[in-house]
Design a protein around this ligand. Sequence first.
Ligand code: LER
Ligand code: MN
Length: 278
Amino acid sequence: MKLALTISTPNLEGQIPLTLMSGSFEEKLQRAARLGYDGVELLVLRPDAIDPRAIRDQVAGHGLEIAALASGGIAAIEGLTLLAADTATGQRARARLMALIDCAAQLGAPLVTLGSFRGRRAAITAGDGRAQLVEVLHQAAEHAARQGVRIALEPLNRYETDLVTTVSEGLALLDELGHQQVGLLVDTFHANIEEPSLVGCLQEAAAAHRLWHVHIGDSNRLPPGGGHLDFAQITTTLRSLHYEGYLSAELLARPDPNTAAIATIEVLRPLVPRHPRL
Ligand code: LER
Ligand code: MN
């Protein structure tokens, strides 16, 4: 298991919601490496506005990996979602997803997350939003397979989506999709709201060989320790499931983006000891 935190790409000004660290991209990487993170999850809005190869080299230069490429900012900041009321917006979002997959391949990122960027079923008035999402995912999965990238669908709490709020629902959709390129991302904050059992949903996703990525946030989305989730139990469970992916902090930057990054690793690193680098 490895530890990452979500940061925004160099072209994005200001503090983007659910990203950590302040300052320039270079300063964020320096600080992440110094704190002992293994990687960064990169929040990308417009792949055409960044230089993926330069970013890949810059991240590697700090001894960090790119854990994932996060799509959530596209919905949060631009309001662009795959399930959209009008066809033109849906098409634009679909093209953006394909561009994100290309960008992930150029960055050497193993996966693209798909959380809020999918949008809501209720947005679709003509036809069925669920069927539409399966169709988009199929097209994206085929493209991702050609690019050697995977897609991680994220169950979200009911206040953020009306389509896939639990691992069970996610697995049912993936069964229907029937594509090896798409798995699940479990976010501890969302899972605490929706799942009958946090440990149980991790076991369920892992048993289906679909537990590909984990977002970390406490019950109230503060850094671990700020709420009532038991991260020792979560990491023990993940270890017993032989989970080897990332625990990636995606949480509220409180009291400030740097302190939240420190608080996160102070709780998680003792639970996820670092393997000596050969
Ligand atoms: C949003 O709440 C979230 O968890 C992100 O990962 C969604 O893309
Ligand atoms: Mn998340």
